[in-house]
Design a protein around this ligand. Structure first.
Ligand code: ZN
Length: 500
């Protein structure tokens, strides 16, 4: 079989897949940012058709021939084709191992489950959600067995969102984190912050917040000629193409800093997508490589840059020009303390930088126990509440603030949560070496983000999905992923803020 011909065919299949992906993403963007309410049904149907068409291509005989031929001649193709091969082969094998009728039944279950979750959450009643969650879990367990795995049955699910991630790596990571953060948190909660942080819940006009966030993202490096910003209930970033990256922010009148950091966060995701080398267009490699690496970039902008003292030493006067009255009594020290204040809370998405990973540990340990069969759906709320007590020292008052708070399980997203925490840990490791290469604090004190952006672009962004998360980490930092950087970053930052 002619290799060149198969490579051309392979590229052409990918181009069609990319086109379907763009179409589906555009419809989704439209649905989330103001498309008519009554039009939800027809749009969802169109997305369903595009998804089905893409699935047909991914599992087609043409794809199989491409994979067979290219797979037997990997030494003769370039690095882009090789990487495309690895990713498609993985997807193909996964899809072929799951019986089609079961995959369809599962998709129908997912579609129903989200509404049931919403109703249960609103009623604060886990028992309404329990049965369908149990069905979803049974499918996940079956699929994992069809797919086959090494080590823990949770491993293939972790690998779906973070290539190469395993229970073995995460157990060590989370244990080390727990060992250091739980006692540090106890010390912190026994201490009073010597700053006035009451401004956090004051009223800040939403139109001014918007103007500020637009300016902030532009200054950080978001290119408005290659993207756009809208509003939605759940902020997200949609990278259609390096020249067309869309993101949303949400604004709360009484939580100005929450709006600002959601903008910095999504801005980080978007800058990553805009900095990918345009040569990857329509190869499927023109997007961030994994959820963990993507999250590491959003957290770099949100936390490493925008929650630092050096950043606000320069940028705080700018913020004050937007809110001269609201911030007239607030010093930059108060502001910095306010945006980094540690508080044990029930809700993951509202958690501060320090307690955030404890929320993820709870979900990680529970998902692991679900996959190994150590916990049943009946016992989930009890287990959840016990862990919240143990790590965050809180008594969960109801399921809405407990086991029902996140949407993920309702569409079978098991294995995803850990990437949120890994992202922060990756960010700390990258930042350690970034700070060795550039004058980080000095640059931020001058409002100069160019050196930081260039380092991130050179070591991470430009590659899109060409390199695996592990390759990126080793090539950028010279080391494999190591939790010590994150522990060190959190310990130094919070000991200094709380004078411990
Ligand atoms: Zn994110």
């Amino acid at each position: 079989m002619n290799l060149e011909k198969q490579v051309e065919q392979f590229k052409s299949l990918q181009e069609t897949l990319s086109a379907y992906h763009i179409a589906g993403s555009l419809i989704n963007w439209d649905m989330s940012t103001g498309g008519s309410k009554k039009g939800m049904g027809y749009r969802a149907k169109a997305i369903g058709i595009f998804t089905m068409k893409a699935f047909e291509i991914q599992t087609s005989d043409e794809m199989k021939t491409c994979l067979d031929v290219i797979g037997s001649r990997l030494e003769d193709v370039d690095e882009v084709i090789k990487r495309m091969y690895v990713l498609h082969k993985k997807e193909y094998d996964k899809n072929m191992k799951i019986p089609k009728d079961e995959a369809r039944a599962y998709a129908e279950l997912q579609a129903k489950s989200q509404i049931i979750w919403e109703e249960a959450k609103e009623a604060q009643d886990y028992s309404m959600f329990k049965d369908i969650l149990g069905e979803i879990i049974e499918y996940q367990k079956k699929f994992v067995n069809y797919r086959g795995f090494e080590g823990h049955p949770y491993n293939p699910l972790l690998d779906d969102y973070e290539e190469g991630m395993t229970v073995e790596i995460l157990d060590e990571y989370f244990e080390n984190l727990k060992k250091h953060i739980v006692p540090l948190l106890k010390e912190i909660t026994a201490t009073e912050l010597p700053y006035n942080t009451s401004f956090l819940t004051n009223s800040f006009p939403v139109d001014k917040q918007k103007e500020f966030c637009i300016k902030l993202m532009g200054d950080l490096g978001f290119d408005y000629d290659a993207g756009e910003v809208k509003e939605s209930v759940h902020p997200f970033t949609n990278g259609l193409n390096v020249n067309d990256v869309r993101l949303t922010v949400r604004y709360f009148e009484n939580l100005m800093t929450s709006s600002v950091f959601s903008a910095a966060h999504e801005g980080g995701h978007a800058i990553y997508e805009q900095n990918i080398d345009p040569k990857f267009e329509f190869t499927g490699l023109d997007t961030g490589v994994s959820s963990g690496i993507h999250e590491s970039q959003s957290r770099t902008y949100e936390n490493i840059i925008c929650r630092s003292k050096a950043f606000w030493n320069y940028y705080y006067p700018t913020l004050k020009t937007f809110f001269p009255d609201e911030l007239s009594e607030v010093t930059v020290e108060d502001f910095y303390a306010g945006i980094n204040k540690v508080e044990n809370s029930f809700i993951r998405v509202e958690a501060d930088e320090l307690t955030y990973s404890l929320h993820i540990i709870i979900r990680y340990e529970i998902e692991k126990a679900i996959m190994s069969g150590e916990v049943t759906v009946d016992n989930l709320p009890t287990l959840w509440n016990e862990k919240v007590k143990e790590y965050l020292d809180l008594d969960v008052p109801n399921d809405e603030l407990g086991v029902l708070q996140d949407v993920h399980w309702s569409f079978g997203l098991f294995g995803y949560f850990p990437t949120y925490s890994i992202g922060s840990a990756y960010a700390s490791q990258f930042a350690y070496y970034l700070k060795e290469a550039v004058n980080f604090d000095e640059d931020l004190e001058k409002g100069n983000y160019e050196n930081v952006n260039n380092w991130l672009k050179e070591h991470i962004h430009q590659y899109g999905s060409l390199k695996t998360p592990e390759q990126l980490m080793i090539e950028a930092t010279g080391k494999r992923f190591d939790s010590k950087y994150y522990v060190e970053y959190l310990t130094n930052k919070y000991k200094s803020l709380y004078n411990l």
